[in-house]
Design a protein around this ligand. Sequence first.
Ligand SMILES: Cc1cc2nc3c(=O)[nH]c(=O)nc-3n(C[C@H](O)[C@H](O)[C@H](O)COP(=O)(O)OP(=O)(O)OC[C@H]3O[C@@H](n4cnc5c(N)ncnc54)[C@H](O)[C@@H]3O)c2cc1C
Length: 311
Amino acid sequence: MKAFAYVNPATEKDAIAALSPERGRVLPLAGGMDLLGMMKDYIISPERLVNVKHLDSTISAGDSGLRIGAAAKLVDLAEHAGVRRQYPALAASADDVGTPQIRHMGTVGGNLMQRPRCWYFRNEEFHCLKKGGSRCFAVEGENQYHAIFGDGPCHIVHPSSLAVPIIAYGGRLRVAGPNGPREIDAGEFFQMPSANLYGESVLQPNELVTHVILPVAGQRSASYEVRFKQSHDWPLATAAVNLTMDGTRIRTARVVLGAVAPIPWRTPAAERVLAGKTITEAVAAEAADAAVAGAKPMSGNAYKIQIAKTG
Ligand SMILES: Cc1cc2nc3c(=O)[nH]c(=O)nc-3n(C[C@H](O)[C@H](O)[C@H](O)COP(=O)(O)OP(=O)(O)OC[C@H]3O[C@@H](n4cnc5c(N)ncnc54)[C@H](O)[C@@H]3O)c2cc1C
């Protein structure tokens, strides 16, 4: 690993002041579960790391919604009684991440900002599109874990399990930078490769994610993940659904798929199928068909269509 300087700021303001507008030169360090691996593999070589473990880590769930400090540990989110009761899709997604060790070290901010797991991107031998090269090696290579939506030109899937329910719940991200804080709809935070090839979000290099803010959840919500049996690896496909109800009838639905596209993939067609209906197996199956109707699998990942539907 290349030598780097380390800054340990006491406040959010000091942390922001220690960052740089130049992409990749200075990076925030939270639990380090993703960042240090990428540095050891020479995928990134920042000059300076800024410790952000001391940012707000409180989780407060109340009548008006949920506020999560970016430095909250995944384990604390998964085990929080209010989150489990009011936002079961989020608690389940946090609980399903990796292993207990990863959930004890990994933070909410780091989970949202972790980089893609594409094996070409993560391998220093491949100078892929995302690293400034001229091609996405997944197109003609091994693409069984890659995207079935999005049309490239880079075919990563978004790695954050938490992002999927956060968007299903209509969450916002509080972001802070040199010009002060701003809030961004989580559904507009993540960017497709066609809009941003070298990053995955609208966050600027000198900004931090400081909080996740969720409105009151619908009356029914759930998430589901499909993984290899007994694997601690990232899911093959996930889904999160958040419903507001009029009695037994669905008033509004938000349906988001994960691990199938370069961003968490909201599916308006499935949401339209569900709105106004009472949930039955047939309605759920119709919504699942609608959710994957536009999928364009690559040579090795058509199987994801079926598991995304089941998810
Ligand atoms: C075996 C294994 C299995 C895993 N399985 C899953 C899974 O199923 N689902 C899933 O979602 N994840 C999974 N992960 C990933 C893991 O959840 C993330 O690596 C972890 O959450 C990252 O959090 P961190 O605090 O360690 O971030 P770090 O590694 O410290 O940072 C990650 C990135 O985020 C940036 N960053 C950190 N905090 C902030 C902030 N506040 N504002 C702006 N940028 C910030 C860093 O600069 C870096 O680029 C797995 C990891 C492993 C090793």
